[in-house]
Write a protein that binds this ligand. Structure first.
Ligand SMILES: *Cc1c(COP(=O)(O)O)cnc(C)c1O
Length: 393
């Protein structure tokens, strides 16, 4: 008999009932150190006092009014995002995959309105993840995501991750845009080199096409800059943001330049919940903490500390781990002779939560306000997990 929850997830036998900062407390009382943060969502940890305050204050005032009316909290958050980024304008969604839908619509409408309606194609990269909606799976194009769900939304091509020559070769008179994650998340914490992101921007400029960055996982302070592309010193035309922006409340945003967004006039797009007062009140509070040089430099400092300890872990357990990679607090442990899922499971045994990814990588995406002591404790627990796997060999 089918379970009452549609069985699309492989869930661990864990039920977390409360959370505090970087900790989650299981129904049986065990305290787990959270290096997953709900997959890069809980940027300020669990039960963050500033987020509780923002949410409860708004909850006492007004929950929902519809985008038929002005929404003060939405305006304030849009202004913060515009002030702190390349963007001139923002559309709010409830998730990452909805950002993909709008990004695709936006670039197609851009060309349509420019009199080049044939420019509908989007070049994406293998190993990418852009969400589970029709546009998201068509963009990523992997067998695992698309099989059985045809006919797929047409107009997407994939080239190997980082293969700029292949991308260049595909650009033609039907190309609208290139879409890429500056750091692939689900794909196994694979950062695109700064030079490659720069080269991709140059490629788009030469061809006159648009660049969409998917910063759903790597954005909002995760890499130690507010947005990951800042490391390369280039800007996109359109950017997808979700996960961390709501700090645990469902919220996403598509950021765009005035030029890229020029086709999106009244009536061309909408969302009932998108940019709702509760979500935007929380998003505003997240931005107030994260869009701060001191906060971000502390993320970088802690990244250095964490990485250094993880290098030691890798060196001590070469049969388990091959390398540490990533940026900021978006780190990956590439596994060598064990499956990443076994490392995640051994982590559960030792009360530390991590997230598996493709390419046999274990993701470490802690709350950005994790403390130095918690980083040290995390490595102690990962060390125990690795020793357990070494002993079992
Ligand atoms: C998680 C993710 C998405 C999809 O976000 P949802 O909120 O699950 O729809 C899209 N792109 C990237 C890079 C992601 O990590």
């Amino acid at each position: 008999m089918i379970p009452s929850i549609l069985p699309t997830y492989n869930r661990a036998a864990l039920t977390f009932e409360t959370g505090e900062g970087s900790w989650m407390i299981e129904a049986d009382g065990r305290r787990f150190l959270d290096l997953g943060a709900g997959i890069a969502v809980n940027v300020l940890g669990h039960a963050s006092p500033v987020l509780i305050e923002a949410l409860t204050e708004q909850a006492g005032k007004l929950w929902h009014v519809s985008n038929l009316y002005n929404i003060t909290q939405q305006q304030a958050l849009a202004d913060k995002l515009v002030d702190n980024t390349f963007a001139d304008t923002v559309f709010f969604t409830n998730s990452g995959t909805e950002c993909c839908e709008l990004a695709v619509k936006m670039v197609r409408k851009y060309w349509h309105d420019k009199g080049q309606a044939e420019r509908v194609e989007i070049i994406a990269f293998e190993g990418a993840f852009h969400g589970r909606s029709s546009a998201g799976i068509a963009a990523a194009g992997s067998e695992k995501m698309v099989t059985g769900f045809g006919p797929l939304l047409p107009g997407f091509h994939q080239v190997p991750f980082g293969d700029l020559e292949a991308a260049k070769a595909l650009i033609g008179e039907h190309t609208a845009a290139i879409i890429v994650e500056p750091v692939q998340g689900e794909g196994g914490i694979r950062p695109l080199a700064d030079e490659d992101l720069k080269a991709l921007r140059a490629l788009c400029d030469e061809a006159g096409i648009l660049l969409i960055l998917d910063e759903v996982q790597c954005g909002v302070g995760r890499t130690g800059k507010l947005f990951a592309h800042e490391w390369a010193g280039v800007t996109p035309d359109v950017m997808m943001v979700a996960k961390g922006i709501g700090g645990g409340f469902p919220l996403g945003a598509v950021l765009a330049t005035e030029n890229a967004a020029s086709g999106m006039v009244a009536g061309t797009h909408g969302s009932t919940y998108g940019g709702n007062p509760l979500a935007c009140a929380v998003g505003g509070a997240v931005m107030d903490v994260v869009a701060d040089d001191e906060f971000l430099s502390d993320v970088n400092r802690k990244s250095g500390l964490f990485r250094q300890k993880l290098e030691g872990l890798v060196a001590a357990h070469p049969d388990v781990f091959e390398e540490v990679r990533g940026a900021g607090l978006m780190l990956g442990l590439k596994c060598s002779q064990v499956a990443c899922g076994d490392v995640v499971a051994a982590g559960y045994d030792n009360e530390v939560v991590t997230v598996p990814a493709a390419d046999n990588v274990v993701r470490l995406l802690p709350p950005l306000n994790i403390t130095d002591e918690e980083i040290a404790e995390a490595v102690v627990r990962l060390e125990k997990a690795a020793s357990q796997l070494d002993a079992g060999k």
